[in-house]
Design a protein around this ligand. Structure first.
Ligand code: COS
Length: 384
């Protein structure tokens, strides 16, 4: 749903210009230094990028899902690191609070997240539980008006930057599955909370992940999201339904950028006396990429509109994540191929993008988990 086309167009224009004029020129620096320059972070705050999806009553822009994916198509036309910094506040870091938080929790945290004063992280994955998220081992034991958390969370995006963590922990040791899990808000600086060293990743330099470690970390009872024990896994799954759609849109933006770069290169690079873009085998790679991007874009917009109408889109979100992330990988591969030897050296952005986009097929649920979710839902729906 688009609430006001004119306002949205103005936002998309501003973002597109910001990406072209400020972010693209800074890509190499971010990759070299593994840091986003402070002045760019400040500009992102000023543009309201940390609060895109936070409701207007809490100081955000309150974008609908359709508006959000259109914005994501634009923001993703540069290094994913920039999107990653604002991604948790708009997505997995804040959504648990938005969908299931108490009014007091929302009033306290959301304005700070919307302004970018506070960064939020989503801590679900553990060393022993990735795809099998419900088997997590971090415990939260009740002691008076506190819970005592113990355990380790792994690969937590923006953990080094975060001021608050959404943490899924087991409050019922008898229940080893989803029903024993509760979601907590844990503030940075809480005694017993510490971070591992920042991970050295294949790509996405400038986006940071690390372990988050809890050792007898005491968290007030009031910090349970929604105040209810045992529903934390469901909160996490609802968060991921939306997150998966958002990541799908990011895959489209990144693929469009890589295809633009490949097309430019193919039109300039001459072999056998003419631009390589005139050779049909190159054209096939360009055309297949264009068609697949268009397919992903269309299905993401459809799923986003359905979500705005209040439909349950768990299956569609997984279809989008599955198709768009795999599509993005194929486009990256073809774009390197079109660049030839130049695609393998870091002078061209495509070498970096090829590594950066590899993560899309893995995080917020691997391709195989999306297949599993889709097929399970199909079987369940057919049985009902
Ligand atoms: N929305 C709301 N509730 C949901 C849900 C959703 N999208 N998906 C599942 N649930 C509910 C189920 O209805 C079930 O509740 P009931 O027992 O009351 O029926 C509960 O959550 C447990 O679901 P399920 O039985 O399907 O859990 P499983 O352990 O079998 O597996 C998968 C669930 C594999 C789909 C889940 O663990 C998953 O998504 N894993 C990937 C994790 C991931 O994406 N990690 C990325 C890192 S976080 S960025």
């Amino acid at each position: 749903m688009i609430r006001d086309q004119e306002t949205l167009n103005a936002l998309l224009d501003t973002l597109s210009r910001f990406v072209r004029e400020r972010l693209v020129p800074a890509e190499s620096l971010v990759a070299e230094t593994d840091e986003i320059p402070a002045e760019i972070v400040a500009e992102m705050r000023e543009l309201g990028l940390f609060g895109l999806c936070i409701p207007e009553e809490y100081g955000g822009l309150g974008l609908t899902m359709e508006e959000e994916v259109l914005v994501a198509f634009e923001i993703a036309r540069t290094s994913p690191a920039f999107r990653s910094l604002i991604g948790t506040n708009n997505g997995i870091g804040s959504q648990g609070l938005i969908v299931d938080g108490t009014p007091e929790q929302k009033a306290y945290y959301l304005p700070k997240l919307a302004s970018g004063e506070l960064i939020a992280s989503f801590a679900l994955t553990e060393p022993g539980s990735g795809s099998d998220a419900a088997s997590l081992l971090t415990t939260a034991r009740r002691e008076g008006d506190h819970y005592v958390l113990n355990g380790t969370k792994r690969f937590i995006t923006n953990a080094p930057e975060a001021g608050v963590y959404t943490v899924m922990a087991r409050t019922n040791p008898e229940d080893k599955g989803a029903g024993g899990v509760t979601a907590f808000l844990v503030d940075k600086g809480t005694p017993g909370l510490s971070l591992g060293k920042t991970d050295k990743k294949m790509g996405q330099k400038g986006a940071h992940t690390s372990d988050v470690i809890f050792e007898d970390c005491r968290v007030p009872v009031a910090n349970i999201i929604g105040g209810k024990e045992g529903v934390g896994f469901k909160t996490a799954m609802k968060v991921l339904d939306k997150g998966r759609l958002h990541i799908s849109a990011i895959c489209v933006g990144a693929a469009e950028r890589m295809l633009d770069d490949a097309l430019c290169y193919a039109m300039e690079r001459r072999q056998f006396g003419k631009p390589i873009a005139e050779f049909q085998l190159i054209q096939a790679m360009l055309a297949d990429s264009k068609a697949e991007i268009y397919a992903a874009r269309s299905m993401i917009l459809d799923a986003a509109r359905r979500r705005d109408k209040g439909e349950k889109i768990s299956t569609e979100a997984s279809c989008c994540k599955l198709f768009a992330s795999e599509m993005c990988g194929r486009v990256a591969d073809r774009a390197v191929q079109i660049h030839g030897g130049a695609g393998y050296v870091s002078e061209y952005a495509i070498e970096r993008f090829y590594r950066d986009v590899r993560l899309f097929r893995i995080y917020e649920g691997t391709t195989q988990i999306q297949q599993l979710v889709i097929a399970r839902n199909m079987i369940r729906d057919a049985a009902n």
